[in-house]
Design a protein around this ligand. Structure first.
Ligand SMILES: *[C@@H]1O[C@H](CO)[C@@H](O)[C@H](O)[C@H]1NC(C)=O
Ligand SMILES: *[C@@H]1O[C@H](CO)[C@@H](O)[C@H](O)[C@H]1NC(C)=O
Length: 396
């Protein structure tokens, strides 16, 4: 659905008005008392996240993708990022095993199915809805991780990781081809993800990218392209996606928070995306690529110990449960021993250390924190060079 240039403004105002009228209902749903101050904050938050679009595209999954002029995207509301407004001269993706990446199924997001595209000079941003904010514990916490709930391996008990990691060198890039599945997430749990963690040596700064099934964030169980950053060990700084200033989007083709057309099915067709995080040495930007598409960048200036390079890279699955028994699945919901088409995988794991190119990740270590619930099996060699199967059905 293409909207003429001036109407989205009006639509936005209308939406906000209706949102106001419905606030009583949401309040009952949440079984909390929503004060008029909170309502005001929710509306202000929506206004600052959802900029007036040049065009809007309706996705079959209910999402609305707004085409926002590059320089009007929410990141630039932040004084620290204001200077970055001029479009950059972005780098080419560094080379690694290109045949592996080219073999990965091209990532296609569901919202592009209609054939509608965002105009030149805009970026594709998934519109935030009022109910998205109301699912968060508070307006301030929307888009953030729970404060005590860090996501780095071993830091809490309610996270189950099945991952492969490399550490001990200076990492300037990480890349993997990630199999896409739709794991079941129990309503009492938070999320199930397949992702890359790009972590500073002191473990306080991190970039995370992958697909997440995160009902609280998205309102459904679908695996969606998700990013995250922090510079203080998940406490005050950082957030998911574009929910706080940090990540600057440059793509009009890939929308963060969106669902894919293809999700793998058991013993049938498999789908995958290739994800790369990289920096040209001495440059100021951590770039994110999905497939061949340059999606955007995190300016080095938002980080402290991750400004120059990472000290550790992790690849794999995460379940954030309430601890104890859970039916939340990781990956395909099947253990690694089931192998191709049945267990979820990451393949062609690569990093940039010395030199400018991606190389197969060397010295991989595998860890499954709860191997009875979610396991992992890493392999070096063979057609996929460096890969692993991981996942499981939960803790029953
Ligand atoms: C809210 O939830 C509490 C605890 O679950 C319950 O005791 C209370 O009756 C509920 N209030 C409303 C208005 O539904
Ligand atoms: C590149 O990846 C493909 C697909 O996994 C693999 O068959 C090939 O051996 C790899 N090439 C090198 C040089 O590692």
């Amino acid at each position: 659905m293409a909207l003429p240039g001036c109407r989205p403004h009006l639509l936005l105002v209308l939406t906000l008005t209706i949102v106001g009228a419905l606030a009583g209902l949401s309040k009952a749903d949440r079984n909390t008392t929503m004060t008029s101050k909170e309502l005001e904050m929710t509306r202000a938050r929506l206004r600052s996240l959802n900029k007036p679009p040049l065009k809007s595209i309706q996705s079959p999954d209910g999402d609305i993708i707004d085409c926002i002029p590059f320089h009007l995207q929410p990141a630039f509301d932040h004084p620290m990022l204001k200077d970055l407004k001029a479009p950059l001269d972005p780098p080419e993706r560094p080379k690694g095993n290109e045949s592996a990446v080219n073999m990965a199924n091209e990532v296609v997001q569901l919202w592009t199915l209609s054939g509608e595209t965002c105009p030149e000079g805009t970026v594709a941003i998934r519109r935030t809805k009022e109910e998205d904010i109301l699912r968060a514990p508070s307006v301030e916490r929307f888009g953030k991780k729970p404060a005590v709930n860090a996501g780095i391996l071993g830091s809490t008990t309610s996270h189950e990781h099945s991952i492969v990691y490399v550490k001990g060198q200076e990492y300037y890039g990480a890349r993997a081809i990630i199999n896409i599945w739709k794991p079941w997430v129990s309503p009492s749990d938070v999320l199930s993800s397949a992702q890359i963690w790009f972590i500073s040596s002191d473990r306080t700064n991190a970039i995370e990218v992958g697909w997440y099934a995160h009902p609280r964030l998205y309102g459904d169980n679908l695996p969606r392209l998700t990013i995250y950053w922090t510079r203080d060990g998940f406490h005050k700084t950082g957030c998911y996606n574009l929910f706080c200033p940090g990540f600057v989007q440059t793509s009009k083709k890939v929308s963060i928070g969106s669902y894919f057309i293809g999700v793998s099915s058991y013993n049938a067709q498999q789908y995958e995306i290739s994800i790369s995080i990289m920096k040209v040495k001495g440059d100021e930007y951590w770039w994110l690529f999905v497939g061949d598409e340059r999606v955007g960048y995190w300016p080095s200036s938002i980080f402290t110990s991750l400004a120059g390079h990472a000290g550790e890279v992790q690849f794999g699955g995460l379940v954030d449960s309430n601890g104890g028994r859970t039916a939340t699945q990781m990956g395909s919901g099947h253990f690694s021993s089931e192998g191709f088409k049945r267990a979820a995988y990451f393949r062609n794991l690569e990093v940039v250390t010395t030199g400018d190119n991606f190389q197969p990740a060397d010295g991989m270590q595998a860890i499954a924190e709860k191997p009875n619930c979610y396991d992992i099996k890493a392999v070096k060699g063979g057609d996929w060079v460096n890969y692993f199967y991981y996942g499981g059905p939960g803790c029953h």
